[in-house]
Design a protein around this ligand. Structure first.
Ligand code: HAM
Length: 409
């Protein structure tokens, strides 16, 4: 028996339907905000992620599926979507062309993490990226967009919001934080002690309780913001308030990827274990020039689709009944319902049963398939030129003339 790899899974039956539903809702809302579909390869040069996500991040340091191809080139299964979309933007020379690009994408991402609840090695993201707008209104717009998606899916999550400032204010903050952390370096956990020299920001989101206590009085990134960053951050907050989007300020939110500046945010839910992020993102104005392009502002986020599916899967209402289950009680009628089913399939989703069975067995099968409508041809119906109709959602039943069926559906 060959099984799927550890931390990788199949989407069967309800999972497949749920995946399609989540992506469908996300795409529809994103399109309303002006985003268009983009697809980029799942394999990229390793250097792309080293230079964008950052050498000092856990993703690059520990989690990449990185290997040499048959030509000896170092390639990598994408651990996230942003870097590939930025690469596509640069390759098409859209940085030179100027203007605005808004794209959404979805698909597999790969991180060699320890598999656990809400954390797989192959997982799926729905993400959006906007290039060419420095106006903080776009930061607010994409957060509102994320909230609309969560609302439409019926998911409650807390929005945590921070500003990481620009290059100058970040560098000032890092110096302050470093000198604070050095003062208690001997007491910090091993990881944090190492991070003082490699990735000082990440000590702020260390889960170790002792580190958290030691860093309680650490400097706040918000105190280092310059006037422009402060003004932008206030604008984002005001626009969110006006849109009725609640948020919590969290000056410890630093994100696990190195490319962020200014707005950084996460939507966290406690429905999948201890406060896991279902959406994370922010502004990354420096990344495009970092990768060799003409300096272009950018902002975006990505959602963990499995995490959303796990929350939805626990709610019965998430599984929506859909389509028709068409069947017969006598073997002699099967060819007739086959022809009828093929006709109905021009406009409806129809499952045709090729077996004659007792009504209860057919009803059970229709229920299992998640059909919304049950249509059945038995001897009595056949004699009257009718079909037995049952709505499996509200349980109403009637007989409909086959000649009038299309209109009645
Ligand atoms: P990220 O925070 O690394 O950001 O991932 C975004 C989301 O992907 C997380 O909030 C989580 O829901 C999901 N996720 C991450 N790792 C796993 C995993 N191992 N298993 C299941 N779900 C996971 C990014 O990837 C950025 N590219 C987001 C972004 C786009 N920033 C700007 N634009």
């Amino acid at each position: 028996m060959i099984n799927s790899l550890r931390g990788m899974r199949d989407f069967l039956d309800n999972d497949g339907a749920l995946y399609e539903r989540v992506v469908g809702v996300c795409a529809k809302v994103a399109q309303n905000f002006g985003f268009a579909f983009i697809e980029t390869p799942k394999l990229e040069e390793t250097a792309l992620f080293r230079r964008s996500v950052g050498e000092s991040s856990d993703i690059v340091g520990k989690e990449m599926y990185e290997f040499s191809d048959k030509g000896g080139e170092s390639i990598c299964l994408r651990p996230e979507g942003t870097a590939g979309v930025v690469r596509a933007f640069l390759q098409a020379k859209l940085d030179k062309a100027g203007g605005i690009k808004r794209w959404f994408y979805h698909g597999s991402m790969f991180r060699y993490e320890r598999p656990q609840r809400g954390r797989q090695r192959e997982f799926h993201q729905f993400g959006i990226e906007c290039f060419g707008i420095s106006d903080a209104r776009e930061d607010a717009a994409i957060i509102i967009l994320a909230k609309r998606i969560l609302d439409e899916l019926g998911i409650k999550a807390t929005l945590k919001l921070n500003s990481l400032g620009n290059k100058e204010s970040m560098s000032e903050f890092k110096t302050k934080l470093e000198s604070y952390a050095k003062g208690c370096a001997n007491e910090l956990c091993e990881d944090c002690a190492r991070r003082i020299n490699t990735n000082i920001l990440r000590i702020l989101d260390c889960k170790n309780e002792k580190c958290q206590a030691l860093l309680k009085d650490a400097p706040s990134v918000l105190d280092s913001l310059d006037d422009e960053c402060k003004k932008d951050f206030e604008l984002v907050q005001n626009l969110l308030k006006n849109a009725g989007v609640e948020y919590e300020l969290d000056d410890r939110l630093v994100r696990g990827l190195d490319y962020y500046s200014k707005s950084a945010f996460e939507f966290v839910s406690d429905e999948i274990g201890a406060k896991a992020a279902v959406i994370g993102g922010g502004r990354y104005d420096g990344l495009i020039s970092e990768l060799g392009g003409k300096s272009t502002p950018a902002v975006g986020w990505a959602m963990g689709i499995e995490r959303i599916m796990e929350i939805l899967g626990a709610k019965e209402s998430a599984i929506q009944r859909d389509g028709i289950y068409l069947c017969a009680l006598e073997p002699a009628f099967i060819d007739e319902i086959f022809a009828l089913g093929c006709e109905l399939r021009k406009t409806h989703k129809v499952e045709i049963s090729y077996e004659a069975k007792a009504p209860a067995k057919h009803l059970g099968a229709a229920d299992k398939k998640g059909a919304k409508v049950f249509l059945c041809l038995g001897s009595d119906e056949k004699a009257k030129g009718e079909i037995w109709y049952k709505n499996l959602e509200n349980k109403s039943e009637k007989h409909i003339k086959i000649s009038e069926l299309k209109g009645a559906l």
